[in-house]
Design a protein around this ligand. Structure first.
Ligand code: SAM
Length: 220
């Protein structure tokens, strides 16, 4: 898979890609991630990419030209162009799974007051990562990148994904590690029993209990 992130703040993106699982996925060639600076497509020597809104009002609006050109510089027949915007469809795990089937994703990060509305004619999908407003689309694009890349084949051990929250309508089960007792807090006895049938049963019951308690809305 290839992911191109179009942004005015490349350093925010690059620092995240240099760590942990995403870094290893890039090194192993399981994903190619490019960062494109929208400012490089400004028609002005000054690098200006935004202007005041028609009709008045506060804030600056990202202009069509640099964004259209930035998209065109990377777009192919296989590309899916996704705009980061609080007014988009709300993101979730099932959308992340759908995106793993794409060959090429272009993530468009806004800033300031947002995009000139006409930029939407260039995009295939608008995504919001939640009902709140961020300063820019960089964190949103990283949320999408991270959640999609970790699902790609070979990136993490597949069994780690089996019981993950949101994959099958349940939250994940609780996990414990050494020591067996810490400040009087004990690991549940069943996990030390070596009886894998019982452990599986316990974990499934815990998944159902926790989902009913915390997220009854996702319970299937
Ligand atoms: C300050 S926001 C613009 C908010 C816009 N005026 C509104 O009220 O809907 C600037 C940029 O941050 C990004 N952004 C902010 N919140 C977001 C969210 N919840 N999901 C995805 N992107 C978001 C978008 O790219 C947006 O263009």
């Amino acid at each position: 898979m290839r992911i191109d992130i179009l942004t005015l703040f490349p350093d925010i993106i690059s620092s995240y890609l240099k760590e942990s699982i995403i870094k290893r996925a890039i090194e192993k060639g399981l994903v190619e991630i490019n960062i494109i600076n929208i400012r490089d497509f400004s028609p002005f020597k000054s690098g200006q990419v935004d202007d005041t809104p028609y009709g008045g009002g506060s804030g600056m609006v990202l202009m069509c030209e640099p964004v259209f050109k930035a998209i065109d510089s990377v777009k192919t027949d296989n590309s899916k162009v996704i705009m980061m915007t609080p007014t988009g469809e709300k993101y979730n795990q099932s959308k992340a799974i759908d995106l793993t089937h794409e060959k090429h994703i272009i993530l468009l990060c806004g800033h300031y007051e947002g995009f000139d509305e006409r930029i939407k004619t260039k995009v295939d999908m608008e995504i919001s990562i939640g009902d709140y407003v961020l300063t820019g689309g960089e964190l949103a694009s990283l949320v999408i990148t991270d959640s999609v890349v970790r699902l790609l084949e070979g990136v993490i051990t597949e069994t780690s994904l089996d019981s993950e929250s949101f994959t099958d309508g349940l939250l994940d089960y609780p996990v414990y590690t050494k020591p067996r007792v810490y400040e009087g807090l004990e690991v549940p006895e069943v996990l030390l029993s070596g009886n894998h049938k019982k452990i599986d049963e316990y974990r499934m019951n815990e998944r159902i209990r926790i989902t009913k308690e915390k997220r009854p809305d996702i319970l299937k």
